[in-house]
Structure formats: C-alpha cells, structure tokens
Design a protein around this ligand. Structure first.
Ligand SMILES: [Zn+2]
Length: 181
C-alpha cells in the first residue's frame, strides 16, 4: 500500500520523465474514441486490460454496477459535442460477483437514514439500482440496454449499435447479452 504522498512523488517523476504532451481539442487529428463503454467502478474490472484498448480509442464511464441510468448525460453530451462523428458503438458491461449483487436499495437507505436522519425524505428519493442478487444478472444488462433504446435524445445509429455483455471475473471472458432474450 502506497501513501498518497508517495503517489504524488510518482506523478512528479512521471511528468519529468515519461509524459508526452497531449493535443488540445483544437489540435486533435486522431485517433478519436470509437467506443463508449459503461462498466463498473470495481477495481477487479479493468476494461482497458481485458479488451486491450488504447485509451484514445474508447471512452469508459465507470459507475456503481456499470449502471447506465444516471450517466446517459455523458453519452448525450459527448455525441452532441463531437457532432456524432466519433462514437460508433455503445457497450454495457456488468460483471459477476458485483457489489451490486450483494446489496439492495432498501438496506442502503436504512443505513443512510440512520446516519442522516434529517435527510430521510431525500434518501427515499434515491435510486441506486442495485441488483440485490447475482440471479438478476444478466437481466440487469438488458435493463440498461432498454434504457439506451428508450432515451429520446440519443441518435438511432447509436441505439442500433448498442451491445451488452456479462464479464466473468474468474475466467476474464465476456459473454454477449442479447436484448431479446
Ligand atoms: Zn461491480
């Protein structure tokens, strides 16, 4: 385990020895991000590693559970900002043994209310979208794919090119999840 100060020292060394200046957006000539990927915040799920992705080639949004719901704004923003010219595929990846399979919204809200009793009403409005058990996988992937399909502001081309997968943290393999199953 490294202390934060040690990491800051590493950053200084990195900046002096390894860092290559990145282009400003106005200087950018490519490659541009082709994949927009939703995946879990879980450190065991290293998308760059298991897909062998060059960072410039993908945008990876990491959320609890890899849930799409609160973060479609990021996709709408990026696709609008880039005038629909870069992203070709939207990918949703959930994974086995996710923390979301071991938690449920009601229990989380009960804990929060005990810590913040004055905010009970606000806590009732929260929606974590937890899975409650592993048995809900991969239906959770379909839920997020449906959310993408239903979004009113998303290009049809992106809806047509949205794909879902379940990642197995033991084997390292991705299993496709079809919307119609
Ligand atoms: Zn997870």
């Amino acid at each position: 385990m490294s202390s934060w100060n040690e990491l800051l020292e590493r950053n200084e060394k990195y900046a002096e020895t390894e860092h290559k200046p990145q282009p400003y957006l106005s200087e950018l000539t490519g490659p541009l991000p082709q994949y927009f990927i939703y995946s879990c915040i879980d450190p065991r799920v290293s998308v760059e590693q298991f897909l062998g992705i060059e960072t410039a080639n993908a945008i990876i949004v990491r959320t609890a559970g890899g849930r799409v719901k609160d973060n479609l704004n990021d996709l709408v923003f990026f696709d609008t900002f880039s005038q629909g010219q870069t992203v070709k595929d939207v990918i949703v990846i959930h994974h086995t043994d996710c923390g979301y399979t071991h938690n449920n919204d009601e229990a989380l809200k009960t804990t929060l209310k005990a810590q913040h009793p004055a905010h009970s009403h606000d806590i009732d409005q929260l929606n974590f979208g937890t899975y409650e058990s592993g048995e809900r996988l991969p239906e959770t992937v379909r839920e997020d794919l449906r959310r993408i399909q239903a979004h009113p502001l998303l290009r049809q081309g992106l809806k047509n090119n949205s794909k879902g997968y379940l990642y197995d943290i033991k084997t390292g393999k991705l299993a496709p999840v079809s919307l119609d199953a």
